[in-house]
Write a protein that binds this ligand. Sequence first.
Ligand code: GAP
Length: 513
Amino acid sequence: MANQDDLFKNIISHSKEYGFIFPSSEIYDGLSAVYDYGQYGAELKKNIREYWWKAMVQLNENIVGIDAAIFMHPTTWKASGHVDAFSDPLIDNKDSKKRYRADVLIEDAMTKFEDKINKEVEKAAKRFGETFDAAMYRTTNPRVMEYQKKIDDTNARFKTALENNDMDGLKQIIVDLEVVCPVSGSRNWTEVRQFNLMFSTQLGSVAEDSNTIYLRPETAQGIFVNFLNVQKTGRMKIPFGIAQTGKAFRNEIVARQFIFRMREFEQMEMQFFIRPGTENEWYEKWKATRMNWHKALGIPESKYRFHDHLKLAHYAKAACDIEFEFPFGFKELEGIHSRSDFDLKQHEQFSGKKLQYFDPELNESYVPFVIETSIGLDRMFLATMSYAYKEEKLEDGSERVVLNLPPFLAPIKAAILPLVNKDGLPEKAEEIINILKFEHIITSEEKDSIGKRYRRQDAIGTPYCITVDHQTLTDNTVTIRERDTMKQERVAIDQLSKIIGEKVSMNNVLRKL
Ligand code: GAP
């Protein structure tokens, strides 16, 4: 079995080898932190997007979806705070000339202390056997307590430095933790500086300052500026939500971990407009609702956890992440933010237009508060893929790589495999495809042994393989093989639509929400 580092490398190479994800413009050696989705990746991504969209827009009468432009009036980003505050603290190592995010260096250093604690606890558990009380050990063992104190002290300093935008404070933590550059191994650091993450470009042909526009760094602002358009034309009553999926762009400094942190990525965001004073209740409700959406996928609950933000973004009153256990540890998958009336008020001020709602029950107008749910589609793709990817040893001693994707997300729902490429079997396979293709994405494969074809379909997560043999020609039955159990069954062709339909139904999953 691969260790976690190898596992992640295997997932990346599997994604490329099987047509899920390619480096962007690979024939020119790629573009850093930009990726293209291949034939299966595009399907999986589309299915995840559809699951999100249906859960938001179709299941909730009071949530509607929009599709705003990527380019927005540049004042949008002054109002939203992104021009002044959407930046990362950067630090360079003078020897390697490598640039790092100061906050990431500190977080990584703290993770190392946590790893040390876990190792101590593991060792002690082995030594003391069944009677071992891990919780007690953590609070009494002097070495563990020392590491924990270091983490707690650093966390407190880190929080204060972030809150006060204290770049010198961040640098001092890096110095005190004796963080070394992973490339040069030295502690020869520059000062910490802020670096804005927005990409800018020019509108029109004249390169004047006034024509500078930005590629949106989040889709949310397209929702805020359309708040009144949607509320009025849709006769929306508070509480109501506006959902949107689409591309966002950030000039990430530390772009690594494959599609986890990209420079061009897709977000699925929903802004829920509420009466001021009800924000705590709705914040808790959306936390629970979003966690249920994840759990309904059938991925074990232990893979998810909530994490409250240490540093609140410039717009947030309260914020947490849903973290997922990726092969490189628990990391942010989705954010849930209580944004108060910050954005709408800012847009009122900068545009000079009123962005208020008349509440007929209260008989008064106000600027609504907002709870936001925001998830990266690419990150959700990576979470799904990381969970689904399995290297299995089979009973007969052979091995297979299988993607245990939730069937409704699988790119291909069934593969039709004629046993031999003659005797009218390919034609029979074609007939079956022509029945099933109106409901599902179906493929056929004629080359190689059936065993090899099964393996290829397992590797792209196809829930069913359907083999057409000579018996099919006489009695219209086929063998259907299920991906996870590898069990095979003989069924009539006219049963296929029902069997596959039930297995891959998105509605069955949506009903759990
Ligand atoms: N509108 C709020 C907002 O954009 P965020 O926490 O900055 O909040 C939301 O981003 C989500 O977008 C994250 O939880 C993550 O899933 C995804 N995301 C952010 N930056 C990303 C990047 N560089 N690459 C891939 N996904 C990213």
